[in-house]
Write a new protein. Sequence first.
Length: 276
Amino acid sequence: MNEMQQFFISSYQRRIFLNERRRKMEIVCLILGILCLGYYFVILKYAGNSSNFIKIWAVLGGGFLCTFFIIYIRERYCFFEKMIIPGFLKMIITSVAAAGILLFFYVEWLIFRAMRKKPDRGLEYIIVLGAHVKGTTPSRALYKRLYCAEKYLKENQGTRAVLSGGQGKGEEISEAEAMRRYLEKSGIDSRRIFLEDRSVNTKENLQFSMEKIQNFSASIGVVTNDFHVFRGVSIGKKLGCRRIQGIPAKGDAVMELNYLVREFFAVVKDKLVGNI
């Protein structure tokens, strides 16, 4: 076999390998696109357009499907064949993508680890972080936090609670007041409850609640949904709380994936601005 024949055989084998790789990418992009769009419509049906973040699933789904069609057209109709990406640019894109993926999985590991920790008994205080209130009715997320707080307070009679959350758009009362009504109706003594009704974000929740407690050495549990525990505890530690830990409330089975992805961006943002 001469060199020319070897060259053509090698080129043919390489082309087969590339075509197989493209077909696999086609299938992956198609499946991911359908799953992302499907999840978007499930959230829309389940919770309505309650958050702008859910649109990321529509964007991701559209992006994956566009990638599928580009690969499909390129392979079958030879479009984009002359488009050559320089080697150094490929290396930069690959490196950035790999770093982003590693960062994502590292942060999610931190979140999952915090979700699984069980709180100590007999804490001096718990801080219940607020969530959206529909008029005067707690949202699904807030109900889960309140149920968790109620259970802990009934099992630990010496623990006091700071209910933290201001009044936002569409809320007739503050989140703290909605939580107070629920807990008192559930049989929790009002003398064990303190209200913090000025905060509008997680950092302010912890900061203003600590102004009520006035003891950074006290043992404190942060009651919030499981995906939010890592960030809440990390912010508390940054503020100087020496004995702070999470008390994770159950997440929402339908919304959990959306919340976990959203929480990644929230953790990165808080790290960049120095909150954690």
